[in-house]
Design a protein around this ligand. Structure first.
Ligand code: ADP
Ligand code: MG
Length: 206
């Protein structure tokens, strides 16, 4: 993986977040406090602002800086969670390298595991993990089978969409929506939606 790819991914993510303002805002207004779009936009814009500095870094160092920047800009529950994703991904790449799809998949999986541990949440709790865990599992599996990267990305786009849609029928047991009980049913989780959007944006670059 090249630092250039990370910069292009950051641009694609920023565009996808801004293009989905209404969806992200209304989902968090329905089962949260309505700030998820603003949180994500602030984070995505902050990464665009530091692109000149990121461009001089190795991929792992760039991912580490992205994590640190998100930690200080996003806020909310999602800020520290997404920050830990990028910092853990950076650490794994630094230790193991990123010269194969399997290694990139392993670093993605380490990032998702960091979110799981930091948020003390798991699959089925109506959070971003309902997108990230299935995508991570599928990514690792397909990479181990030496699948073509375009096929992997097409599959991950489908997996992310299924995970995002599946949050609609769940009761939340983590995050702000956990206090709503059955009233959260019928609404997609905002963090699951933003993660799905980010995954689609990055996969489409491959
Ligand atoms: P806040 O909830 O503080 O207002 P955001 O609105 O930015 O923060 O983010 C809300 C999203 O964060 C939720 O939709 C959910 O996907 C995710 N989230 C909240 N708590 C957790 C957790 N413990 N583990 C994983 N994801 C979580
Ligand atoms: Mg919120």
């Amino acid at each position: 993986m090249q630092t250039d790819f990370i910069l292009n991914a950051a641009k694609a993510i920023q565009q996808a977040i801004v293009a989905n303002e209404n969806a992200l805002e209304s989902l968090d207004r329905a089962i949260g406090d309505g700030d998820h779009y603003l949180n994500m936009k602030r984070g995505a814009n902050a990464i665009i602002d530091i692109q000149p500095a990121l461009a001089t870094l190795t991929p792992d160092a760039a991912l580490q800086q992205i994590g640190l920047k998100l930690l200080s800009t996003i806020g909310g529950a999602s800020g520290p969670l997404l920050a830990s994703f990028f910092m853990s991904m950076a650490k794994t790449i630094k230790e193991n390298g990123d010269d194969s799809i399997s290694k990139i998949a392993a670093s993605f999986a380490a990032g998702v595991e960091a979110i799981r541990q930091r948020g003390k949440a798991d699959l089925g709790e109506k959070t971003m993990l309902d997108v990230l865990i299935p995508v991570s599992n599928q990514f690792v599996l397909l990479a181990a089978q030496h699948c073509d990267s375009k096929l992997i990305c097409a599959t991950l786009i489908d997996t992310a969409e299924q995970g995002m849609l599946a949050t609609k029928d769940l009761i939340a047991t983590k995050g702000r929506a956990a206090g709503l009980g059955e009233r959260a049913i019928g609404h997609i989780d905002p963090g699951a939606k933003s993660c799905q959007l980010m995954i689609v944006a990055v996969c489409k670059l491959v």
